[in-house]
Write a protein that binds this ligand. Structure first.
Ligand SMILES: Cc1ncc(COP(=O)(O)O)c(C=O)c1O
Length: 493
């Protein structure tokens, strides 16, 4: 046996320098011999007395090691003796290794759609789309709401919460959406999530099977595509024009969808507003096809021009629409609270499934948010932010007019970003890479498209978290970089 497992050392130490007991050494040596096939399945181990004599250790050391190997399933012990189990045969081990390698390949293939995405550089933040004005968040009022929740809801709010979220928050959201966004709902239809991304994942899990077709806007929100990819859906891009998502007439027959993702109030990232004719058509066709529309109203609260545009969900009764909202922009992203408003019939049917899938949680934050909304703080904050973002958008428009004239600027009816089309000779991804090195974080328009066209060359520029007085200088820097890129290209020709 000693040829198979080698001699044990009385003064052996671990890699951390701690003493390694004889029985631990023996256990590890026997495990390695079994996994490596030097002790094959069915092989008998010597009796504890014999092995103890051969290794020069106490019999008790061997008995303890054998007991341990029995407990872990490496060996079986009965009246006849101790033998290696078949589970740990080298063949099984090799098979397992092969299976692991195959599953690694399959897993890499599953994540392939993400491989082409260049990770964002940390630290760059000016002009970043999607981040609200963090330094203008009313911390004192939020602290009061948190303290109130702690005073009134402890200790029971430390326990598991209702799966769909705190009833007080669901009711407060429903009341707000009815008035502010024309959503037809009550609290029983609202499911609290950890943000729009989790809402999208939930829609996929509730409504689709692998292989189902999902339509996405092109260019469009990457988070939706990520969700659909991970649900093994077939993602079909639908071009966006100035009236929003444009569905070719034969698409319903050629690529019948189960899910359709849209951002009707302010298409992300082109800023198009989905026309009412297309909204009605989408609803009617989806109803006929048994498909579901996901309405992502990520920045509809910040309407800057004209009358508010009501939600698509509220346009007709019982529309097949799941309305997705988030507090990432209206409060702050780290809050990680969002929601999905289910159609009434779906809400009733999915109650049990949701109880199995969700665990509630973040109860104090949810209760504080309910209070923040009910006390009017949320409405006041939205009003202040609308005014601030209008100012910042104006500063950005002016700077783009000065430094990128004649600039084609898209969007801006809502939200916290503008999209600038770039001429073909300035590649948006190259410009974004340079900008990141200068701590500027606009996004490349082409990175939002599955099959980018010439039109999808541009910059998605956020103004939410960039003070108006810093915008002109940042845009001027961007314009310098764009000129350098254009000059480089010219000199290469
Ligand atoms: C189109 C769109 N929808 C939703 C969200 C919000 O996502 P979450 O609530 O997961 O932060 C974002 C964030 O950038 C977005 O761009």
């Amino acid at each position: 046996m000693i040829e198979i497992i080698g001699p044990l050392a009385h003064d052996a130490v671990t890699s951390a320098g701690k003493p390694l007991s004889l029985q631990r050494q023996l256990i590890e040596r026997l495990q390695q011999a079994i996994l490596g096939g030097r002790l094959p399945a069915g092989a008998w181990l010597p009796s504890s007395r014999l092995l103890a004599a051969e290794l020069g250790v106490s019999r008790n050391t061997v008995v303890i090691a054998y007991d341990h190997l029995v407990a872990e399933g490496y060996v079986l012990a009965d009246r006849k003796g101790t033998r290696v189990t078949s589970l740990s045969s080298p063949a099984a081990h090799a098979d397992a290794q092969q299976e692991a390698a195959a599953s690694e390949v399959a897993y890499a293939a599953r994540l392939e759609p993400f491989a082409a995405i260049r990770p964002q550089r940390e630290g760059a933040s000016l002009l970043m789309p999607g981040t609200p004005a963090l330094d203008r968040f009313p911390l004192a009022a939020w602290r009061r709401s948190l303290e109130r929740a702690m005073e009134h809801a402890l200790p029971h709010a430390l326990g598991y919460g209702p799966a769909a979220g705190e009833p007080a928050l669901r009711d407060a959201i429903a009341a707000h959406l009815r008035i502010a966004r024309g959503v037809r709902c009550d609290g029983s239809q609202v499911v609290i999530t950890e943000g729009a991304q989790e809402s999208l994942n939930l829609c996929v899990r509730l409504l689709t099977n692998p292989g189902d077709i999902a339509w996405v806007e092109e260019p469009g929100y990457r988070g939706a595509k990520a969700s659909f990819n991970l649900g093994d859906l077939k993602t079909v891009p639908m071009r966006v024009d100035p009236e929003g998502i444009a569905v070719p007439p034969d698409a319903w027959r050629v690529n019948p969808p189960k899910l359709i993702y849209t951002s009707p109030a302010h298409q992300y990232p082109t800023g198009a507003v989905l026309s009412v004719a297309r909204r009605l058509e989408l609803i009617a066709q989806a109803r006929r096809a048994g498909a579901w529309l996901i309405e992502d109203d990520y920045d509809g609260e910040f309407r800057h021009t004209g009358e508010p545009i009501a939600s698509m969900q509220g346009l007709v009764a019982d529309a097949p629409v799941l309305y997705v909202g988030s507090f990432s922009k209206t409060m702050f992203p780290a809050l990680r609270i969002g929601f999905v408003v289910l159609p009434r019939s779906m809400a009733a049917h999915t109650r049990v499934a949701l109880q199995e899938m969700l665990r509630g949680g973040h109860r104090l934050d949810q209760l504080a948010l309910a209070h923040f909304i009910e006390a009017g703080e949320f409405g006041r904050h939205l009003g202040r932010m609308r005014r601030l973002y209008r100012e910042r958008q104006q500063a950005l428009r002016e700077a783009l007019g000065v430094h990128f004239a004649p600039a084609q600027i898209l969007g801006g009816h809502c939200g916290m970003h503008l999209t600038l089309r770039l001429p073909r000779h300035i590649a948006d991804r190259a410009l974004v890479e340079r900008a990141e090195a200068q701590r500027l974080a606009p996004r490349a328009l082409s990175s939002f498209a599955l099959q980018p066209s010439d039109e999808d060359n541009g910059l998605v520029i956020g103004y939410g978290n960039t003070p108006a007085e810093q915008i002109a200088a940042a845009v001027s820097q961007l314009a310098d970089m764009a000129r350098e890129l254009a000059a480089q290209r010219k000199s290469k020709r």
